[in-house]
Design a protein around this ligand. Structure first.
Ligand code: HEM
Ligand SMILES: *[C@@H]1O[C@H](CO)[C@@H](O)[C@H](O)[C@H]1NC(C)=O
Length: 495
């Protein structure tokens, strides 16, 4: 018995050794530096065996390969590359987008809620993206802004009536606001904002960070074939609840003639128009309840987790910088008092608010990095790096935002980086929402939701930031980047 086990172990070790050597040679032949720490499992070795977030592991690579345009990484037998130079990043995301249209990981058949525009690829993605884009135009946002505004006002009332919520768990509070706002925007549910709902629980569950979800994340990213073989499904637990709710919502909305500017309306009109067709590619998609539910599901979870992270991030930074907070409150107070109420138009009048949000999204960027898969051979301009079809790419957000070459004194929270005089100086390296053909479709919506929450909170409260003793700086996230060493206290303002 023992000799057989021993033999298996030896064979496996030789196998792993050969894969490692293959990976290293693969990139050496292309003149690209290689991440030596684990040649077989690459990033995922540290991810599964340490407390580090994925973006922190990438960040170590970034820092120890200063000035390298890209670094090769082992990922079993799939070539993987960390693209670091902003011009190479630009090439992948924008200039040669047609060669990098997949994001990854590839979702398995039967993961119904995973069949959303974030994970879709190829012609299906293109068609779905086209059909969803109309939900996010400026005109749509202007029409629906009142929903966000009402939710923000209700939230302020809710906090005043529940003063125990003013201190501690600031991220949870931001989550409660965001969940209520996006639920109202996506489904138009309720006449009163609800800050504790089964939806909020679902959104939290969908992004729970624990070893089970870390392992699932690892398998999905490490190897498509293993992921397929073991049948990884990301959102199976949320499926019955969410699809059920969406079906009910459609039935109810079908009976109601009134236009509400909600996601439900888009879905209903897509369904009425029948099979979606892309004339260019011939691709067809049937707007089933499941397909539409999957899109709504992703909008919903994206409207909660990263958006709450941005709102909480803004509050913690303002709580650390009373002079910036006072300047912002002055702008908000004056603008709101001048107009009597908050509308879509007056938000765009508040220039300093915009600067504060942009700097927040730099220093507390909710998404730490981006994935792409190469779908057609290409050459990265800096370093003349050949990238073959099938290669998995990692694109930095955090590392670019914290590189002193692009943002001097990167640890300093300074909204003046985005003042009219300084604006544009580091555009290439700034991309909290990604860029190019697959840029965040919800960008303008997400900004509006954060701004609505932020400005109503600042009208009624001052923010103080406290350190959380003994905490790591960042949560152990997958794609997320979230600071956990700060918490906030809201103090009612004397008006
Ligand atoms: C502050 C909040 C948010 C941040 C920081 C954020 C960030 C991002 C990033 C970095 C990407 C990847 C972009 C790329 O690959 O180039 C992305 C994709 C996406 N986001 Fe967001 N997002 C936020 C909120 C939202 C919201 C509220 C929605 C929907 C209502 C949304 C919908 C999407 C979709 C559908 C994609 C995939 C687009 C595609 O592949 O075509 N996001 N987001
Ligand atoms: C803030 O960022 C948004 C989107 O990235 C951009 O449209 C806007 O011009 C920026 N504002 C400033 C003041 O830089």
């Amino acid at each position: 018995m023992y000799p057989i086990i021993l033999l298996c172990v030896v064979v496996a070790l030789i196998f792993l050794y050969l894969i490692g050597r293959y990976n290293k040679n693969y990139w050496r032949k292309r003149g690209v530096a290689f991440y030596d720490k684990n040649k077989v499992f690459g990033l995922f070795w540290d991810f599964l065996t340490t407390e580090k977030a994925m973006f922190e592991i990438l960040s170590e690579i970034y820092k120890s390969n200063e000035n390298a345009p890209a670094v090769g990484i082992g990922s079993l037998m799939t070539p993987s590359l960390y693209v670091m130079d902003p011009q190479n990043v630009h090439h992948v995301m924008q200039t040669d987008f047609q060669s990098f249209t997949y994001r990854g990981p590839i979702i398995n058949e039967g993961d119904l809620l995973g069949d959303n525009v974030l994970f879709m690829n190829g012609p299906r993605w293109k068609l779905m993206r086209q059909k969803l884009t109309p939900f996010f135009t400026a005109a749509k946002l202007r029409n629906m802004y009142y929903i966000l505004d009402r939710t923000a006002q209700d939230f302020v009332e809710h906090l005043k009536q529940n003063p125990q919520k003013l201190k501690g768990n600031g991220f949870d509070r931001a989550n409660e606001f965001c969940a209520a706002a996006i639920a109202a925007a996506v489904f138009g549910i309720g006449t009163d904002s609800s800050f504790v709902s089964p939806f909020l629980k679902m959104a939290r569950d969908a992004f729970t960070l624990n070893w089970v979800t870390h392992l699932r994340y690892t398998v999905a990213h490490l190897s498509d074939s293993i992921s397929k073989a073991v049948g990884v499904k990301f959102f199976k637990e949320q499926e019955p609840f969410f699809i059920g709710v969406v079906k009910q919502m459609f039935r109810a909305a079908e009976k109601d003639e009134i236009k509400k500017h909600y996601f439900t309306d888009i879905c209903l009109s897509l369904r009425k128009a029948g099979v979606m067709k892309d004339l260019e590619t011939g691709e067809e998609l049937e707007p089933t309840d499941e397909l539409l539910a999957a899109q709504g599901f992703f909008f919903y979870v994206a409207g909660v987790e990263p958006t709450a992270s941005a709102l909480f991030g803004a509050l913690t930074e303002l709580g650390k910088h009373p002079e910036i907070q006072a300047k912002l409150q002055k702008e908000v107070d004056e603008t709101v008092e001048k107009h009597g109420k908050v509308t879509y138009e007056i938000i765009s009048e508040m220039k300093y608010l915009d600067q504060v949000l942009n700097e927040t999204l730099r220093i507390q960027t909710p998404v730490g990095f981006i994935n792409r898969i190469c779908t057609r051979d290409s050459v990265l301009p800096i370093g003349n790096i050949e990238v073959s079809k099938g290669t998995k790419l990692y694109i930095p957000i955090f590392d670019l935002h914290f590189d002193p070459k692009y943002f001097p004194e990167p640890e300093k929270f300074d909204p003046e980086r985005f003042s009219p005089e300084n604006k544009g100086s580091s555009d290439m390296a700034y991309m909290p929402f990604g860029k190019g053909g697959r840029v965040c479709i919800g960008m303008r919506y997400a900004r509006l939701q954060v701004l609505a929450g932020l400005l109503h909170l600042l009208r009624h409260f001052d923010v103080l930031t406290h350190r959380v003793p003994g905490s790591r700086k960042y949560a152990k996230g997958q794609f997320q980047m979230r600071r956990v060493d700060n918490d906030i206290e809201l103090i009612p303002r004397q008006m």
